[in-house]
Design a protein around this ligand. Structure first.
Ligand code: ASP
Length: 350
């Protein structure tokens, strides 16, 4: 084939791929957050999260309509510090409905960054589809100098519209990186590069309107989970207590008194605790509350039978999930079983 014909063929193939992507229907579910935040001036950091509606966010990125057929739907208008189980249920059910009714090919969720790692894991465990679901947000409000929202929104649509994003579970796209919704965490209170996965890094990178992936996450997603979120209206109560030097068992005892179904204990190191908390947690486990040892450290796993004899006290461990993600898995798992060894298995599977 001549060089000219080769170039023509390449041009044709790239135009065909582009027009295929443009036909992808991406629905944006807006929930608020700093990406929809407005401040009094461009230089002041003070702002209110969740103020701007989705149509206004989209108008800041007109090129987004060249990437896909984009439509918006407002689900909530909150700072994600106010995210709730009720809203999680609403989003998960709506996503399952959208895919079931073939209303869209992919979904982007605009969301505050504070609890985005929790929503991403909750949706990863409850969405019953392999189609792309991508969360994004921003660290700077829409009115700030160098607001990061428009670029993050554009990139999230690029990620959602790419066929390469299917079958990877729910994703988080921020700051030109794509993370698995399972292990991403907010690592910095103010930086635009806040989202990280301490143990595993990003799974993909976005640049120039294209996404490239480098690895897959092994753990299972909601497509194979035994719970059916469409039938759930309420989740069991699971709370988190935290260890520090000389910590009294006040928090654990308060949760027991509140009749919680589970306690995630963010211990020190490999899920360790002092005697006061060990005694309180052992009593809680004996009374039927599921106690899961986690770690306050930023990375690594909590392993069974290390310094704590889990069989003796009736505890389970979180593996590599941080406390806020462990809480989500335990709440969902408790809807299908109260058996300790089965619950432990979920932590090694999801
Ligand atoms: N508090 C905000 C929120 O989570 C922060 C952000 O979006 O970056 O909604």
């Amino acid at each position: 084939m001549s060089k000219f014909r080769m170039l023509l063929l390449l041009l044709f193939v790239s135009l065909a791929i582009q027009s295929m992507a443009q036909n992808v229907r991406v629905k944006i579910l807006a929930t608020g957050g700093t990406i929809a935040g407005a401040g009094a001036s461009s230089t002041r950091a003070a702002y209110k999260a969740g103020e701007l509606p989705i149509d206004q966010l989209l108008s800041a990125v007109p090129d987004i309509h060249k990437v896909a057929k984009v439509t918006g739907e407002q689900i909530a208008s909150i700072g994600s510090q106010d995210m709730s189980i009720d809203i999680w249920l609403k989003i998960a059910k709506r996503i399952n409905e959208i895919f079931k009714n073939n209303e869209a090919d992919a979904i982007v969720i605009t969301h505050g960054t504070d609890t985005q790692e929790e929503t991403s894991y909750f949706l990863r465990l409850t969405v019953k589809s392999d189609k792309p679901v991508v969360l994004t947000g921003s660290m700077r409000p829409a009115t700030a100098i160098s607001a990061d929202g428009p670029k993050n929104l554009y990139d999230a649509v690029v990620v959602a519209a790419s066929p390469k994003s299917a079958g990877r579970g729910v994703l988080v796209s921020m700051n030109e990186m794509v993370f698995s919704g399972r292990d991403v965490t907010k690592s910095n209170s103010t930086s635009t590069s806040t989202f990280q996965s301490a143990d595993f890094g990003p799974i993909g990178l976005v640049y120039d309107g294209m996404v490239e992936y480098y690895r897959k996450t092994e753990r299972l997603t909601g497509t194979s989970a035994p719970w059916d979120i469409d039938k759930i209206t309420k989740l069991p109560r699971v709370d988190i207590a935290y260890m520090y030097a000389d910590a009294p068992a006040t928090a654990v005892n308060a949760f027991v008194k509140a009749k919680v179904d589970g306690i995630i204990f963010a211990g020190v190191g490999n899920g360790n605790m002092n005697k006061a908390n060990l005694d309180a947690l052992a009593a809680a486990a004996k009374s039927g509350i599921i106690v899961c040892r986690d770690s306050r450290t930023y990375s690594g796993r909590v392993t069974l039978h290390d310094e704590v004899d889990d069989d003796k006290y009736g505890f389970i461990v979180s593996d590599d999930l941080n406390a806020q993600k462990s809480r989500i898995l335990l709440m969902l798992a408790l809807t299908v079983t109260k058996d300790r060894s089965k619950l432990q298995e979920f932590f090694f599977t999801y």
